[in-house]
Design a protein around this ligand. Sequence first.
Ligand SMILES: *Cc1c(COP(=O)(O)O)cnc(C)c1O
Length: 386
Amino acid sequence: MNENAGFGTRAIHAGQSPDPSTGAIMTPVYLTSTYVQEAPGVLRGYDYSRTRNPTRTALERNLAALEGGKHGLGFASGMAAIHCVLNLLQSGDHVVAGNDLYGGTYRICTTLYAKFGVTFSFVDMSDLDGVAKAIQPKTRLVMTETPSNPLLRVTDLSALAKLCRQRGVLSMCDNTFATPFLQNPLALGIDVVIHSTTKYLGGHSDVVGGALVLNDDELAKRLAHFQNSVGGTPGPMDCFLVLRGTKTLHVRMERHATNALAIARDLEAHPRVERVWYPGLESHPQHALAKRQMRNGGGMVSFELDASVDDAKRVASSFRIFSLAESLGGVESLVDHPATMTHGSIPPEERRKAGFEDGLIRLSVGIEDVDDLRADLHDALAVLSR
Ligand SMILES: *Cc1c(COP(=O)(O)O)cnc(C)c1O
């Protein structure tokens, strides 16, 4: 396949060719731990499945092609992928990270790595002067998520990448919310992209996985060494499920975004909704940047109600099509109350500093019929007038 093929063509074909022994068009699920050697040390590219597995290789190549990167590395979860990058750090190092990170990322920083003598500054990544000020001589890594979670703030990736280059700091972007269909951080100068493939890449809420994509050969070698040494690698069935998911990524993301925009506009017009965060809305403070950096606004919408926390929880529990659940990015719509669910591991004062109140509700807008989703939202909000 031509390297310059369009996104949809790469999504369906990159990293995959018909099985040479049978012609099977789908990549087989290579359920094997080991590989027979022709003579001691004479291999056909594979020796042990923690190190490499053909189903995983297909996925790693596919994801690298979608991100426009040279190297892809698969992991058993998004957290295992983030952990792999954090393994580059040593005691005394400092990290600058976004202050509205995924809760699990915040937790691994503040519990595991703080214990090893790594220090962190959590800052607003949409304020690059603040980021520049937070970078110290000991800063080794800058981590951002864009759009962020749950406030859907947008980081200017090319400006951030430039700043990190100037200061000699490695830059990492969690591209889980945007997916490679919407935005390609490597093309904007970011060093390492991480994904929770559990979300949009898998897309069907049936698998947990993670990935890294990068261009630098030396760094890729070091990270592959950690990947193999630590062993947080995905099984072949999980790789197959994500590969199947990426084939429809472009189609799903278009629908997620048109549905999410319709929902965001309804929320904006609702008298009891105080504020809506969606990068595709003109009212989003960084709408112009989002338009420049992303193909569309994505599928995530957050909103704050003009209501008590208990009322917010009541609304979150009153949907019929949106399911009350953590996670995101599947074909089905989900509703989340971050303060008690996804972001419960972030202390309340940190959450407030990051700018989100306990009444915040986050929606992962699925690809159901939009009129059904709008009616569900309308009915759930109606509990406020009861
Ligand atoms: C879910 C998620 C993670 C963690 O991924 P897992 O697959 O759950 O380990 C990291 N970052 C973001 C933005 C996520 O949404």
